[in-house]
Design a protein around this ligand. Structure first.
Ligand code: PLP
Length: 377
């Protein structure tokens, strides 16, 4: 198999699976229990939080474990609006957010909030100036992702944080960093966002574990779940100790020689661009993007057909975000691409294990598809 869909999810290594198994079987105690096996589970939980927090560049007490990136995004947005309920009911976000943010904002519109969706240019970019132009006195929240899941485009979250500081604007800043964590260098300490959502399964952890960073200036954030008071009372419910152990082990492995891994991915991405550009009809969607995601179009060849054809050859790529397969992508729609280009949009995404052999297999299969299938009229 040639797996080139690391932005959808990543393989779980034996070491991560072993860490999950050990937490399930040997470390099964409830972290809230007072006896030894409970205390051991609490200690393991605390070590895991330290590991993930260190990688994110924040103090452990700023990090709450959640069930996924989607939960982190939903909670961050609702908590920011609750915190700023006296500021107003206007939200600024982008038209290229993941559905975890887009759909939450659409739901909020039905609840009476006003949302400005910033549009990208033809390359998918949105500048901090667009946020400045959209800001209003009653803007309570700006939610801008750090790396786009379909394009790999990087958004100026740090600049937006600086802008809000300069203007002394009370709006809180949330960033969906699910595709950025461990993929581009950033630190919660210096980024300046008030909320940062991350997810484990994009960097080798099991699915179903995420985290939310909440900045110290958000005093008494609104809890997501009420109950037994776990996670400092912010997200009650017995902690998912095994998932969390897997998350921490994956982060530990992923961040070991991260610079080397990222250099390999960067090199592979530029090799892929070179090889793909030899295929007639290939159009790249953006020029400067995070190196683990490469978005392009085999113009005129519907992407669902390409993905199926490649699947038959054991090559896994995506026709956009795997999170809304089958439906037209909001991101591609927002870029207003020519019809044939939009119809053929594909995403390949790399991990440390990806090889030139994977890229060569991809290019051969795409070229064959182009030569053996009729393009759309
Ligand atoms: N945000 C982005 C940018 C993503 O790419 C994804 C998943 O693809 C999510 C949020 C949702 O993360 P999860 O699958 O952990 O809910």
């Amino acid at each position: 198999m040639h797996y080139l869909d690391y932005a959808a999810t990543t393989p779980v290594s034996r070491e991560v699976a072993d860490a999950v198994y050990a937490a399930l079987v040997e470390g099964f105690g409830n972290p809230s229990a007072q006896y030894a096996c409970g205390r051991n589970a609490a200690a393991a939980l605390s070590r895991a939080r330290n590991t993930v927090a260190a990688a994110l560049g924040c103090e452990a007490e700023r990090l709450t474990f959640t069930s996924c990136g989607t939960e982190s995004d939903n909670w961050a947005i609702r908590a920011a609006l609750h915190h700023n309920r006296r500021v107003g009911r206007h939200i600024i976000t982008t038209a290229v957010e993941h559905h975890a943010v887009l759909m939450t904002c659409r739901a909020l519109m039905r609840e009476g909030y006003e949302v400005t969706f910033l549009k990208p240019d033809r390359q998918g970019h949105i500048g901090a100036d667009a946020v400045r132009a959209a800001l209003r006195e009653d803007t309570a929240l700006v939610s801008m992702m750090l790396v786009n899941n379909e394009l790999g485009t990087i958004y100026p979250v740090g600049e937006v944080a600086q802008l809000l500081r300069e203007l002394n604007h009370p709006a809180l800043l949330h960033t969906d960093a699910v595709q950025a964590f461990g993929k581009i260098p950033f630190s919660a300490r210096t980024l300046g966002a008030d909320f940062i959502a991350v997810s484990g399964h994009k960097l080798g952890a099991p699915k179903g574990i995420g985290a939310l960073y909440i900045a110290p200036r958000v005093k008494n954030p609104c809890p997501l779940l009420h109950g037994g008071g776990q996670e400092e009372g912010l997200r009650s419910g017995t902690e998912a100790t095994a998932q969390i152990a897997g998350f921490a082990k994956a982060v530990e492995l992923h961040f070991a020689d991260l610079a080397g891994k990222l250099a390999h991915i960067r090199e592979l991405c530029s090799y892929a661009r070179g090889e793909l550009s030899k295929i007639d009809g290939v159009v790249f969607l953006c020029d400067d993007a995070a190196p683990h995601i490469l978005a392009f179009s085999l113009a005129g060849y519907p992407s669902q057909n390409v993905v199926s054809d490649l699947d038959a050859k054991g090559i896994c790529i995506s026709a956009g975000s795997a999170c809304h397969k089958g439906k037209p992508s909001d991101v591609v729609a927002a870029m207003q691409l020519p019809k044939k280009v939009a119809a053929g949009v594909l995403r390949v995404s790399f991990g440390a294990e990806s090889t030139r052999g994977d890229v060569d297999a991809l290019c051969a299969a795409l070229d064959e598809h182009r030569q053996t299938r009729f393009p759309m009229l």
